[in-house]
Write a protein that binds this ligand. Structure first.
Ligand code: AMP
Length: 378
């Protein structure tokens, strides 16, 4: 067990690292953040921020030597640097977990090999999509194997013209082609597994994406008890099979025929778990700290039905590509059932996650209606 007072190192300095650091400090830990370019949102609330590239192994090792445990808040960390620090300090989740989950080809091959239900897919090398599209059928979506998030590096293919266009865009890149799923809704489950082997799953979230970016998370998810059970059991089984220590977020599609299919895995706190800061007995960030430090996991009961709404840079007032006004914060701040969370990012950009707010109510539909009104007023 790593007790409060010790130092937790976080690789990555975005909003996930920021909220993780805040939770760790609340529990009495010291926090240091490693991020190539500063100042960063997590560094602003950490005891120390180190700015160096991930391939600067000396800087990384010096950082690791000052920590009792190191964790990370995003997946796109090269595996070489992680191998360099692993002998110096416990790294959670371990580097192999990151290796599998940071690449869509490896992740899908892992799901297939271990018999977890996933979307039908094919691997495509060098943008040669025409050669494999027959294996998945149309419509389908092409996704780059690396460095894709929030719909970046993705394109839906329906027509021959789409296929030609996609082949040109994805030339020279490793990709996966995935069958387009006619889903009735998207779900996610965040599972915590501690270094002592204890496992707990947060309640299932129902997620609504707009233009491939998470817009709303709704808890409890409005799906059948059977679907809830299936989603939760699947996520726990995956976390155990992967041997994750920390959090694992499992994003899933609930298909129109009732099947639950895994879409993506992320071994870290996840946007669809932000509701837990206000709506759950333990937040996902506190739970991650507990898991990587070998503390008992906290309870995960829903305090009250909760809706989380992302605030993107689009919410600012824009004119000719320039920001001319702030969102209407007063709308959210004047609502007693709402909580505003901003990430301290200086520059809003369209599609950039700047913050989120939650709305709680005894009645979930009331919370959702109010959340939509506040989003419109923002
Ligand atoms: P991803 O980056 O894979 O999580 O994709 C972002 C979002 O795009 C998902 O949450 C879905 O809303 C949508 N999407 C991705 N893949 C598919 C698919 N195979 N079928 C239908 N929608 C998809």
């Amino acid at each position: 067990m790593i007790p409060p007072g010790k130092t937790i190192g976080i690789l990555g300095g975005g909003q996930l690292g920021r909220m993780l650091g805040q939770a760790a400090q609340t529990m009495g830990y010291r926090v240091q953040v490693f991020e190539p370019v500063g100042p960063c949102p997590a560094g602003a609330v950490a005891n120390r921020e180190v700015n160096a590239n991930y391939d600067d192994l000396e800087a990384l090792k010096a950082f690791a030597r000052e920590c009792a445990v190191v964790t990370y808040e995003f997946e796109n960390i090269p595996s070489g640097p992680l191998d360099a620090i692993a002998p110096l300090v416990p790294l959670h989740p371990r580097a192999e977990v990151l290796h599998v989950t940071q690449n869509r080809q490896r992740e899908k091959a892992w799901l297939r090999m271990n018999g977890f239900p996933h979307v039908r897919y094919a691997e495509a090398l060098d943008g040669d999509l025409a050669a494999v599209i027959g294996q998945v059928g149309r419509p389908c979506v092409v996704k780059t194997a690396d460095f894709g998030y929030d719909g970046k590096g993705q394109m839906k293919i329906v027509s021959d013209a789409d296929l030609e266009k996609a082949a040109a865009i994805f030339r020279g890149r490793r990709c996966v082609l995935e069958r387009w799923v006619d889903f009735s809704c998207e779900l996610s489950v965040i599972v915590a597994r501690s270094s002592a082997g204890e496992t707990k799953a947060f309640p299932v979230a129902e997620n609504i994406h707009t233009r491939h970016i998470l817009d709303f998370s709704i808890v409890p998810a409005r799906v059948s008890a059977a679907a809830l059970r299936e989603a939760e059991q699947l996520a726990v089984a995956i976390a155990e099979k992967l041997g994750v220590v920390g959090l694992l977020a499992v994003e899933m599609f609930l298909a129109a025929n009732g099947e639950v299919l895994v879409n993506e895995l992320a071994p870290r706190p996840h946007n669809s778990g932000h509701w837990s800061l206000d709506g759950c007995e333990t937040s996902q960030f506190e739970q991650h700290v507990r898991a990587v430090c070998g503390l008992p996991l906290g309870p995960v009961g829903v305090r009250e039905p909760t809706v989380m709404v992302n605030i993107l840079g689009d919410a600012w007032r824009w004119q000719d590509g320039r920001v001319v006004g702030e969102p209407n914060w007063l709308a959210v701040l004047s609502e007693p059932r709402a909580k505003l969370h901003l990430y301290g990012k200086a520059e809003p950009r369209p599609g950039r996650k700047m913050g989120h707010f939650t709305v709680r109510d005894r009645n979930l539909e009331t919370a959702l209606t109010r959340a939509k009104e506040l989003q419109a007023q923002l």
